[in-house]
Design a protein around this ligand. Structure first.
Ligand code: NAG
Ligand code: NAG
Ligand code: NAG
Length: 624
């Protein structure tokens, strides 16, 4: 705030020059009126006493706190002025070049400014070191596409981290430290992002995408996983529970036996029989019964070509948390024999009866296709189910597309991506054939459920679970229920999985994350389709394709064809949308490299697209 004489002199000269060159215009007055309006809702604004009419020049030092670039007001920096009151966003919304707002180190309290997204051009927001409190609405940052810095540290904000932060593609600096934020950290995906979440009430595992952040950014929470200690799998608590149960059982048994012997000694003979009887039948027998019960603790295998193991063995195995999804956590368990499995815990399956559950699992166990992750066994208890499946060595497609890579790790090239999408569509076609009665043969097709084996062959996971997942949970979290027909008309059809396939194709080609999936059922999924359209309409150039694909080889024509297939799968109109058969056929026709024909037609198509705005018609198949 304090300027030396030279700076001040330069500023004045600069402003005078500006004033001579640019005649004072109506804009200036509008701007100053906006600022005066903004000031009205502040309290303790003594330091802004020079903000008043008549306006000489906003960029002169008199207008303390005004940040100008080339003589245009671009921000406000009102730091450490003891200010309070209300931040009147509305009054600033007319300023066409307003990009930064800082009110750090003041005495503001109350809720987060709810209409922040009226500042369309905003790039930096600094509210740190105040007493702001309450939850930040999930949508608070929606539409602020240029946002780079969000600095909210040292306040009293509470509730979940707002999901709309995931929709800011340019975000580089997110500081939420020393607040009361709770819940889990969502999967931030932005490149070059630095975060600080320390000293909140956050819990759960740190998303894989934030592994390379400084550990101090996570201190003071109940978080685990890289860069902090690895998460202790819940099996430990089971074990402790089991040990306690056994200990209590033994103690109880000892007391009863002691009591029996003791009573035998002192009671007259005629009572002995009845005491004996009552104790034998009552607590002791039911205690031991619980442990002998053969159903308890037993895994049920659904495949024959597998070496059997017991639940106990699985619990004893060294386990590593792989992640926690919307359904529950998953662990990688390495058995003593060296076999590796993935254990998924589900808690949202309690509405389905035991018989039906077992029946459905056996049905899934009979499925067999090179592109399905095979189910191996399951475990059923009323409040919790475990599904045990093969382990896929190369993790999920999502992790390959979206996590930060070291300089020596190449991205997935185009031939690999093509092989992946072909495998995915074949696996899907198989599910459609084998599960003719299900309206959603997959139901949860997304990049984190496409796993890659040691040769990068894709394996679909979490398929065909709709019949056993509790309905309300399915509607909140499963990808199929984010389709337009589901969010608008509350219905799903056999073409709904095709929509998810389309989104997957677009994600695979662009390398961009469909952030809307993360909205976990809060609000309609309309944005998904908007995203799809904006990928093509706004950002369309040949560069829409993920650069990691190694574009040097001639495959762009084929990529463009796949992009069109993706668009046809994402048609909002279910009747016009392709069915799976058509999509699979078109995908099978794709090749790694363009023939000469394909290439010249690609070149002319790109020309055509880049010279005008696209319409939906541009995506009908001209060459089909
Ligand atoms: C905050 O502002 C006060 C004056 O209101 C000042 O004394 C203090 O040094 C400032 N603190 C920081 C961290 O800027
Ligand atoms: C991330 O940083 C690198 C190097 O500074 C830059 O080339 C790249 O464009 C940045 N990415 C984004 C999305 O800003
Ligand atoms: C995060 O914030 C805490 C608390 O202010 C600070 O101690 C820590 O150094 C910060 N970490 C990073 C990486 O900025």
């Amino acid at each position: 705030m304090i300027m030396d004489r030279n700076t001040r002199y330069c500023l004045v000269v600069f402003c005078v020059v500006l004033l001579c060159v640019i005649p004072s215009s109506g804009d200036e007055t509008d701007t100053s009126n906006s600022l005066l309006k903004f000031k009205e809702s502040l309290t303790n604004a003594n330091m802004l006493s020079d903000w008043k009419e008549p306006v000489a020049n906003l960029c002169s030092p008199i207008w303390i706190g005004c940040v100008c670039t080339h003589g245009v007001l671009t921000g406000l920096r009102l730091e450490g002025m003891g200010l309070g009151g209300k931040i009147d966003i509305e009054s600033l919304s007319n300023l066409s070049s307003f990009t930064s707002l800082s009110v750090m180190n003041n005495s503001f309290s109350g809720p987060f400014p709810s209409d922040l997204n009226k500042l369309q051009k905003l790039r930096s927001l600094y509210l740190a070191n105040n007493k702001f409190n309450g939850e930040i609405p999930d949508k608070a940052f929606s539409g602020l596409k240029g946002m780079r810095r969000v600095v909210l540290g040292n306040n009293e904000f509470a509730g979940n981290i707002p999901m709309s932060l995931l929709q800011l593609p340019r975000l580089v600096d997110l500081q939420l430290q020393s607040n009361q934020f709770e819940g889990e950290i969502p999967d931030f995906w932005q490149e070059n992002l630095t975060v600080n979440f320390s000293y909140n009430k956050l819990e759960g595992s740190i998303p894989a995408t934030l592994r390379s952040q400084n550990a101090s950014s996570f201190y003071g929470n109940k978080l685990c996983g890289m860069p902090l200690d690895i998460c202790k799998p819940k099996k430990l608590t089971w074990k402790i529970g089991l040990i306690i149960a056994v200990a209590v059982g033994i103690a109880l048994a000892a007391i009863i036996i002691f009591f029996l012997i003791f009573s035998r000694r002192i009671k007259p003979l005629k009572y002995q029989k009845s005491i004996d009887k009552s104790h034998r039948e009552d607590p002791l027998s039911s205690q031991s019964g619980a442990f002998k019960n053969s159903e308890h603790g037993k895994l049920q295998f659904v495949r024959n070509n597998i070496q059997r193991f017991e639940l106990e063995e699985l619990l004893r195995a060294s386990a590593e948390v792989l992640g926690s999804g919307s359904f529950g956590s998953s662990y990688k368990a390495v058995l003593f024999s060296g076999q590796t499995y993935v254990v998924r815990r589900f808690r949202q399956m309690s509405n389905v009866g035991k018989e039906d559950f077992q029946e459905h699992m056996r049905k899934l166990g009979r499925l067999s296709h090179p592109n399905l992750l095979p189910l191996v066994a399951f475990y059923h208890r009323k409040e919790e189910k475990l599904l045990i499946a093969d382990f896929a060595e190369n993790g999920s497609l999502a992790s390959h597309l979206h996590s930060k890579r070291g300089p020596n790790q190449p991205g997935l090239d185009w031939p690999t991506r093509l092989r992946i999408i072909k495998g995915v569509s074949r696996g899907l076609a198989y599910l459609y054939e084998e599960l003719p009665t299900l309206s959603l043969p997959h139901g949860h097709l997304k990049s984190s459920n496409v796993l890659l084996d040691s040769t990068f062959e894709p394996l679909l996971a979490d398929y065909a679970l709709v019949p056993v997942i509790n309905k309300d949970h399915a509607q909140k979290f499963m990808v199929a229920y984010k389709s337009p027909e589901s969010s608008q008309n509350d219905r799903v059809t056999r073409k709904t999985d095709v929509w998810s396939l389309g989104i997957l194709i677009l994600e695979l080609l662009t390398g961009k994350f469909p952030a809307n999936y993360l909205k976990q059922g809060k609000g309609p999924s309309a944005d998904l389709a908007t995203w799809v359209n904006s990928v093509v309409r706004e950002e369309w150039t040949g560069e829409v394709f993920d650069k990691d694909m190694n574009l040097a080889r001639r495959g762009e024509g084929q990529m463009l064809r796949l992009l069109k297939i993706g668009m046809c799968c994402c048609d909002w109109d279910v009747d016009k949308r392709w069915d799976l058969k058509e999509a699979v056929e078109k995908i099978e026709e794709l090749k790694e490299k363009d023939s000469d024909d394909d290439f010249s037609s690609y070149a002319s198509e790109v020309d055509m697209y880049s010279s005008r705005t696209m319409t939906d018609d541009d995506f009908s198949f001209s060459k089909a």
